[in-house]
Design a protein around this ligand. Structure first.
Ligand code: 13P
Length: 461
């Protein structure tokens, strides 16, 4: 007969039960229960098993953490005693009323095997005075950054730039996590050190952008949707094995385009599916429905849209059994549209943003890590500072890309002799935002560059 093959992914136990084909199900003789238990306690390596007997049936297939061999032994005993296969009921069934599970029907039980680790990771990232350095630009977007200082978009230039950022001495004091693009997750420095190790040495958690970007959403009002769910589980398991411990998925909602009910639902559903898959593979999901700055609408309209978007996001997160203690949010701040006639003060932005968050975000969520969305470096820092003037139910911090990188690029200019100065520029922005997270920032002495906005119409990441 053809053997049936099972893949045993890391941290998983599969239990099969043997049923004798010769003993009728209603036999008064008790059937001997033989359990075949296969555990994979290895953190990173899946393996395959083949079963040639048709008399073994899948009993459970469960993700577990194996701290010690004892952990798997007790797991087996527990299930053996409560098993419907071993208990009276299934062995007393009438002949013909088969309840045998074909061995190929694998039912996966979500046991929340990573729960503790997810909560710990989220708490580490949301630790006082620290935030996220986002450097997950796709190769195309990184190319635009490099072009702004006259550099070609080559792998060597992207490596040099990211190496400068990730090897900044003292960065871990202000930065708790860094979101990488896939290329960087697998990349080493020019000295042969893994980029993820540079982060881990400074107690910075490596993260990974897992979405596959935006494409037009047919049937909508010229809006987009975010791709990337296909194969996400296996990609996430692989990223985990490379050292990533959190993930990011950025989708966008446009105020001037409506937003249509379809676009909001699609954005929320995609984020929720991604979040469930990430948690299942040990990655803390950053949930990012970016409400774009584009438009001339007033701040009240942004508030209305943000409330609608976040209510749908949380509805679907709950429907997908996502554990709120193991997620982080990356919202846009509630501001007027970029083309609105009046600019809002940091106090107004803080008031509207916190109103929206308090109405929509449960306190179980550990951290709110804002994106900068095209604000100037100083504006993003001032707004964050204003939001931390009184205690919040969550850690309120930053996950900036443009608002942390702008002055670094300008200082570096691609010149090896400017690396140290570029790192100083990064450290000074990281420190400013760290102080803002603690509500202790002062804008005195900020440079003219730090005040320049970086908004780009229809920005893609
Ligand atoms: P910005 O801070 O440039 O808006 O980046 C947002 C983002 O999603 C980066 O991961």
């Amino acid at each position: 007969m053809t053997p049936t093959t099972f893949r045993v992914v890391p941290h998983t136990t599969i239990v099969f039960i043997y049923k004798s084909p010769t003993l009728p199900a209603d036999s008064p003789r008790k059937q001997l229960a033989i359990l075949l238990v296969i555990t994979n306690p290895l953190p990173h390596s899946p393996f395959q098993i083949s079963l040639s007997s048709t008399n073994f049936f899948l009993h459970t297939h469960r993700k577990s953490r194996f701290e010690s061999p004892m952990a798997s032994a007790s797991f087996v005993k527990l299930n053996a005693s409560s098993s419907p296969w071993i208990g009276q009921r299934s062995f007393n069934q009438r002949p013909g009323s088969s309840s045998r599970l074909p061995a190929t029907r694998v039912s996966v039980v979500r046991a929340g095997s990573y729960s503790e680790e997810l909560v710990k990771t989220a708490k580490t990232i949301a630790s006082p005075g620290r935030g996220i350095l986002a450097i997950d630009e796709s190769n195309a977007t990184c190319g635009k950054r490099l072009a702004s200082i006259g550099l070609d978009n080559t792998e060597a230039n992207r490596q040099a730039y990211r190496q400068l950022l990730l090897t900044t001495p003292g960065l871990g004091q202000y930065i708790s996590g860094s979101i990488l693009f896939e290329e960087t997750l697998y990349q080493s420095t020019t000295d042969g050190k893994k980029m993820v190790d540079c982060l881990r040495e400074q107690n910075i958690v490596p993260g990974i952008k897992v979405d596959k970007g935006l494409v037009p959403l047919p049937g909508s009002n010229n809006e987009s949707w975010c791709q990337g769910l296909d194969g996400l589980a296996s990609r996430s398991a692989e990223y985990y094995s490379q050292g990533a411990r959190f993930a990011k998925w950025r989708t966008v909602v446009s105020v001037p385009c409506g937003p249509s009910a379809l676009a909001v639902k699609e954005a929320a559903w995609g984020l929720a599916r991604y979040a469930a898959i990430s948690q299942d593979n040990g990655l803390v999901p950053i949930v990012e429905p970016e409400i774009l700055l584009d438009g001339d609408h007033p701040i009240e309209r942004t508030l209305e849209v943000a409330e609608r978007v976040w209510s749908e996001v949380f509805y679907y997160l709950a429907e997908n059994n996502v554990m709120f203690e193991g997620i982080l949010l990356k919202p846009s701040m509630v501001t007027p549209g970029a083309d609105h006639k009046e600019k809002a003060s940091p106090e107004t932005v803080a008031k509207y943003t916190l109103t929206m968050l308090k109405r929509r975000v449960p306190p179980a969520v550990p951290g709110i890590m804002f994106l900068s969305g095209g604000q100037s470096e100083m504006e993003a820092t001032l707004n964050l500072h204003a939001m931390n003037q009184s205690p919040n139910p969550w850690h309120v911090s930053f996950s900036y890309a443009r608002a942390l990188q702008n002055s670094v690029l300008k200082t570096w200019q691609g010149q090896p002799e400017n690396v140290e100065a570029g790192q100083k520029a990064l450290l000074s922005r990281a420190k400013a935002n760290s102080l803002a997270q603690l509500g202790k920032y002062s804008a005195d002495g900020e440079s003219e560059d730090a005040k320049k906005g970086m908004f780009v119409k229809g920005y893609t990441y």
